[in-house]
Unconditional design. Structure first.
Lengths: 358, 342, 286
């Protein structure tokens, strides 16, 4: 017999012999689908850290995590494979997974799905998000007090309404303490392209900005560029980014999903899960303002904390009218406020922000 | 293998050699996994169990094969006269773009007509995109390898442009995607699986191509050009015309793949339409040397491997893109062997 | 106005440097008669190797050397298949790309969020890029080695008849190409982004293949081409930073369309510029 035939047969034999048994059944199996890498110091890491907290709180839960899953056809297959492996709760942890998740959810009505940032639901699908404009407003205040050139730059992935709302709130907060501040926005066109983020950050710094904010999956690149060029940085998504900018860090906002995720898992185990649209804020425990860095002046801290309490008490609102967009059109009348539940409809940038919400 | 066996059963011997090469590739990949501290046997078991161990797994494998077979044909058909079409990806995107245009602007058409129009648009779009490169080659201005490669980028950027701009979904929080297609625009699927009508396109194209090449006068002329272009030209065959036509057909099939993906799988146009189907198709066509049966087999193999990547992440904590190494090693082994035989 | 030009230029230089190294790598390879579509994979292997070396040693110079060597060795896989086994260049190149993507992902899996010091403010790779292009131009036109490499690329049979072994020269050229490709990747991970993530080259290796054609296989024109492409990337981001409403995607298309136009219009010149045996590999008589 030929050597190649022997090779084939032995390979098959070894594979057959190597099959091992199944592990014991845990109380609940959870599947998590990530768009990027869990070490990105940003969006994906925040989800992964939340899952880790959930695991610590509920040791009887088993977790299957898959990273770098492209949105679209692959996402559906991954979710379905997780369900076939026994998962009964699926975290579809990226905006673009909404429709794949809804399709799979329709096929498996007994499996529960949670989706961050979604705007459509089914009886077994819950959407959740932390409303970040208040936090961005506060960060803007800190930045407004820290900037020396009165120019702020924001590197943003895509002109999604939630992100536009964040930038708007930031500028409004900065203006509240420093009326001369203006913010420039650059969109890289994708959630993760480190080369483009670095180029965008440098282009903004060349324009004279001295504070860089970032809304992409991983803030590390932009924060590093800021630190290298002696600018200030404002982080997002995860607190891990602070160590990349020891001198220039102003503050950041992080998602701390741990307790929320624990609640989800408990609900599924106890059978009390029901579909809802959860919109949290700074008051809840899934949004945290990062500690201020050394560059932030002392009087800023007091101002920020005062406004924070006002938000919590309902006495202030980040989008208090009158507000005009950067083309001069009035968007919010005097005496009114743009409701935080309607952020999906905010497709404009406020006066003072230079950029195109294409 | 004894020489007598090889002489009497050349096909079996060739197959056995081919499988031996693949086994070698599997062994190399196993060694790579071991080097990084992973268990290759468990990895292989998981991959095969998930892709071929269940009916669902089989159905997903077939779903992945559909665009691969079409893009492979997009390379194999012009390849018959030694044209190198590296532009399958771009042709796929343009096909998807054209089909999306039809879906968005002709949504009022009845349910039996709309998909037909979309398919026609997709094939036309992809075909013209490729034919342009064919034209440039026929005139002797630019090699088709280069022009199809460059046109890939333009096509992808064009899709991004419409999705971020004029065709952006007005309902969808400003996210870069088009509006959802009406139900009439979605290709029907088989039962509860995701296997869609695109499978019929692919199989029909394969069969038609095989028949045309073997049984028609036109196929004879194509083979003549492929055999000896100069001699064919002397007998009066208009080579330039064949160049453009074959590129058009190839591009049309890739465009059809794009239409099928956007209609049956995605339901709307997004920049993340294709994970490189055009390039995978090129590799498949080369592995199979353009033979229809080989294309089906190689598409199957590639589909299994890429689908298996997810499982490896789930059960082995191996990054999913590692299956690219296995794919590459298999290709190296097969391509190395092909070359040496010349 | 001056500020804008300065900003654009610095952006073009920063984005264009990895492109230039990659283009020079592909240029040498193609001058020797070999097309490598897998440059993307070589760049990724270089990028991750350099990043890991920088992380563990803290030295940027060590990192660059490691990245270059990694790229060179990785490209030898391609060289072996294409030269010794006479595999199809285009298909093998694409396979090399897939291999590089997977291999770099596997190597880099533990380093995704890691922090390194990276290249210094006065980036030696940026300063060295244009002189390198000049050096390569000089080598290809004035040194024995360079002229022989070009002869092999033009007409391997004639080179063989003149007593040179084409394969040895092609191996050497591909090794050098691998070194440069590795450096290109390293600049991306150590200089531009200072981080690692899967497939971070995002198609720059393919752009380099287009750039070689755009530059009509001339190293000095490659500098202009890399600046142009790098500039296109930074131009649209700069335009945004200034609030100018041009679609970035249309801007990004221009370099490719321009390349095609240049090739189509200059068809005579293009014929003369391309190395004669590109795409075909020499097989000598035993």
């Amino acid at each position: 017999m030929s050597r190649s035939l022997v090779a084939i047969l032995s390979t098959i034999a070894v594979i057959a012999v190597a099959a091992t048994g199944e592990p014991a059944d845990p109380k609940l199996k959870v599947g998590v689908v990530h768009l990027g890498s869990v070490n990105d110091g940003g969006y994906n890491q925040a989800h992964a850290d939340g899952i880790a907290v959930m695991k610590k709180n509920l040791p009887e839960v088993e977790v299957i995590q898959v990273e770098n899953v492209a949105e679209g056809a692959d996402a559906e297959r991954v979710m379905e494979n997780m369900i076939r492996q026994g998962a009964r709760l699926i975290f579809a942890a990226s905006f673009g997974y909404l429709e794949p998740a809804l399709r799979v959810a329709q096929k498996y009505p007994d499996v529960k799905f949670v989706h961050p940032g979604g705007y459509k639901r089914l009886p077994n699908v819950t959407t959740y998000w932390a409303s970040t404009p208040e936090a961005f407003y506060l960060m803007g205040m800190a930045a407004g007090k820290t900037t020396k050139t009165n120019k702020i730059g924001y590197v943003v992935a895509l002109p999604i309404s939630f992100f536009l709302a964040n930038v708007n709130a930031f500028e409004l907060g900065a203006r509240a303490v420093n009326p001369k501040v203006e913010t420039r926005v650059v969109f890289t066109g994708t959630f993760l392209d480190r080369g483009k983020e670095a180029t965008a950050a440098n282009a903004l710094l060349d324009q004279g900005v001295d504070v860089l904010g970032v809304i992409v999956d991983s803030p590390i690149t932009v924060v590093q560029v800021a630190e290298k060029r002696n600018a200030y940085a404002v982080g997002f998504h995860s607190l891990a980014a602070q160590k990349f900018a020891p001198k220039g860090w102003i503050t950041g906002v992080a998602f701390t999903w741990g307790n929320l995720y624990t609640r989800f898992a408990r609900q599924v185990m106890e059978g009390t899960f029901k579909s809802e649209n959860i919109l949290g804020s700074l008051k809840d425990d899934f949004l945290t303002l990062a500690p201020f860095g050394p560059a932030v002046p002392a009087d800023a801290v007091g101002v920020v904390n005062t406004r924070k309490d006002e938000f919590a008490a309902g006495k202030a609102h980040p989008f208090q009218g009158p507000l005009r967009d950067n083309k001069g059109v009035e968007r919010v009348k005097a005496g009114e406020a743009f409701p935080l539940t309607d952020l999906a409809k905010m497709d404009w940038l406020v006066e003072g922000v230079i950029g195109q919400p294409r | 293998m004894s020489d007598a066996f090889a002489l009497r059963y050349p096909r079996a011997e060739a197959l056995a050699r081919f499988l031996g090469l693949l086994a070698f590739a599997l062994a190399v990949f196993a060694a790579v996994l071991l080097l990084f501290g992973k268990n290759p046997l468990r990895a292989y078991v998981d991959v095969f169990a998930s892709t071929l161990g269940t009916a669902y797994g089989w159905s997903e494998t077939i779903v992945k094969m559909i665009p691969l077979m079409l893009t492979a044909l997009a390379v194999a058909i012009p390849g018959r006269i030694w044209l190198i079409n590296v532009g399958g990806e771009g042709q796929l995107f343009i096909g998807a773009l054209a089909a999306t245009g039809a879906a968005l602007y002709l949504a009022f058409l009845p349910g039996w007509l709309l998909p037909v129009v979309m398919a026609g648009a997709g094939a036309l779009g992809g075909g013209l995109w490729a034919a342009a490169s064919g034209f440039l080659h026929a005139r002797g201005w630019v090699s088709e390898t280069i022009s199809t490669l460059l046109m890939n980028y333009v096509a992808v950027l064009l899709v991004s442009f419409v999705v971020f701009g004029p065709w952006k979904d007005p309902e969808g929080v400003n996210y870069p995607q088009t509006a959802e297609f009406v139900p009439a625009a979605i290709l029907p699927t088989l039962g509860t699986t995701r296997i869609h009508l695109g499978l019929v396109f692919a199989l029909a194209a394969l069969v038609l191509w095989a028949l045309v090449m073997r049984r028609t006068r036109w196929g004879l002329e194509v083979r003549a050009i492929g055999g000896n272009a100069e001699a064919a030209r002397r007998t009066g065959i208009p080579i330039g015309r064949y160049v453009v036509v074959l590129m058009f057909i190839g591009g049309g099939l890739a465009g059809l793949a794009g239409m099928a993906e956007v209609s049956a799988i995605q339901g709307r146009l997004r920049p993340s339409l294709s994970p490189g189907y055009g390039y995978s198709g090129f590799l498949i066509a080369w592995m199979a040397r353009g033979h229809p049966a080989g294309i089906v087999a190689a598409s199957f193999g590639l589909a299994v491997i890429t689908a298996g990547g997810d499982i490896l992440q789930m059960t082995q904590a191996i990054p999913g893109s590692v299956v690219n190494i296995l794919m590459a090693v298999m290709l190296f082994v097969v391509l190395g062997r092909q070359g040496a035989r010349r | 106005m001056a500020a804008l030009v300065r900003s654009l230029l610095s952006g073009a230089v920063l984005s264009g440097t990895p492109l230039l190294y990659a283009t020079l790598a592909e240029l040498i390879s193609e001058r020797a008669g070999v097309v490598n579509l897998g440059l993307e994979g070589v760049m990724l292997v270089g990028a991750v190797s350099g990043f890991i070396a920088a992380f563990h040693t803290g030295s940027a110079s060590v990192a660059i050397v490691v990245a270059a060597l990694a790229g060179g060795v990785f490209n030898m896989v391609f060289a072996y298949l294409v030269l010794a086994r006479r595999a199809n260049q285009l298909a093998t190149g694409l396979a090399l790309m897939f291999c590089g993507v997977g291999l770099s992902a596997l190597m880099g899996v533990r380093y995704v969020g890691s922090q390194i010091t990276g290249l210094p403010e006065h980036d030696p790779l940026v300063y060295g890029a244009v002189p390198l292009a000049g050096l390569i131009w000089w080598v290809l036109r004035s040194t024995r080695w360079g002229l022989t490499v070009r002869a092999v690329g033009e007409n391997p049979v004639a080179a063989f008849a003149a007593g040179r072994d084409p394969h040895v020269l092609q191996y050497q050229a591909l090794f050098v190409a691998g070194l440069l490709g590795g450096i290109a990747g390293a600049h991306l991970s150590l200089g531009v982004a200072r981080t690692w993530s899967e497939w971070m080259t995002a198609g720059r290796g393919f752009i380099a293949v287009a750039l070689v054609i755009f530059a009509r296989w001339h190293p000095l024109r490659a500098v202009g081409g890399a600046l142009l492409f790098g500039g296109a990337i930074s131009l649209q981001l700069s335009m945004q930073a200034r609030g100018v409403p041009i679609s970035p995607f249309i801007l990004d298309m221009l370099p490719y369309l321009l390349s095609l136009a240049v090739l189509a219009v200059g068809r005579g010149a293009h014929r003369h510029a391309a190395p004669g045996s590109l795409g075909r590999v020499f097989q000598g008589t035993p």
